[in-house]
Design a protein around this ligand. Structure first.
Ligand SMILES: [Zn+2]
Ligand SMILES: [Zn+2]
Length: 264
């Protein structure tokens, strides 16, 4: 499925689009090492857009200084994270000497760093709903992105609903934020690090199980579920096994792999 960590690139349609009518990505969800794949989508152009971080865990930010399209003089990047004090100071906790040679302001180009409050925001022409979701070890958001045509994608890579209670079936609470983010969405990209048999570990680590993701997608009327953020310890065959067991699920399920393109 690939070894990179979380990063999803979103392109609108139209504008100065490529031959297939899709523009260059202007909105990135998280900046894990998967961001190394984004320059290929930009065809030599600088990144000009916004990066929304769900939270500050390493696997969601470590790609930031390894993103050549964003680290060049003609790049223009807004980096937004859940509000929790000075965003540069927060980011510097992991990205500054002695942990790393440069701090956030060492990136070339025009970078702006913002703390984001929950609620509705207009970002790069998209409507973005940001909501606090339970996780372990730091404030974490889920996002719902809607384009001007009403096409929507929800993104909850790190989400620990068992932290709020067992819910109706022991899988985890279907809390209002999860419901609001996923409600009738075209694509729900949800963390799938643990199976139901691993639910004790899922709870301890602040994650959900695959079964929870399927239940949430089904109950919220999501059109399609993309299982994302697989366990680093699971083999590709192991992931395929999980997907195979979901063949009869009441919602269409796709297993994310690196470079997967989802048309919404
Ligand atoms: Zn996390
Ligand atoms: Zn993570």
């Amino acid at each position: 499925m690939g070894g990179h960590t979380s990063c999803v690139a979103i392109s609108g349609s139209g504008g100065d689009g490529d031959a297939d009518g899709t523009g260059p990505p202007t909105l990135l969800l998280d900046a894990g090492t998967g961001i190394r794949r984004v320059p290929a989508l930009l065809g030599g152009r600088p990144f000009r857009g916004t990066i929304l971080l769900t939270h500050l865990h390493w696997d969601h930010v470590q790609g930031l200084p390894f993103f050549p399209a964003g680290d060049r003089d003609d790049a223009r990047v807004t980096l937004a994270m859940p509000a929790q004090g000075d965003p540069v100071a927060v980011l510097s906790g992991a990205m500054s000497p002695p942990h790393f040679p440069i701090g956030p302001h060492g990136l070339r180009g025009e970078w702006r760093f913002q703390g984001l409050e929950p609620g509705c925001h207009r970002v790069e022409g998209f409507d973005v709903l940001a909501a606090d979701v339970p996780h372990k070890g730091g404030r974490t958001f889920g996002y719902r992105v809607t384009d001007p045509a009403g096409r929507s994608l929800a993104y909850l890579p790190d989400h620990g609903p068992l932290g709020l209670g067992p819910g109706p079936d022991g899988l985890g609470e279907r809390h209002p934020a999860a419901r609001a983010l996923a409600d009738g969405v075209d694509v729900l990209v949800h963390g799938a690090q643990f199976t139901a048999a691993e639910s004790a570990m899922a709870e301890a680590f602040g994650h959900a199980t695959v079964d929870y993701a399927v239940a949430l997608a089904t109950e919220a009327g999501a059109r399609r579920l993309v299982l994302f953020h697989h366990s680093p310890a699971r083999t590709d065959d192991g992931v395929e096994l999980i997907a195979g067991a979901l063949a009869g699920a009441p919602v269409s399920v796709t297993v994310a792999r690196e470079t997967l393109v989802v048309d919404v």
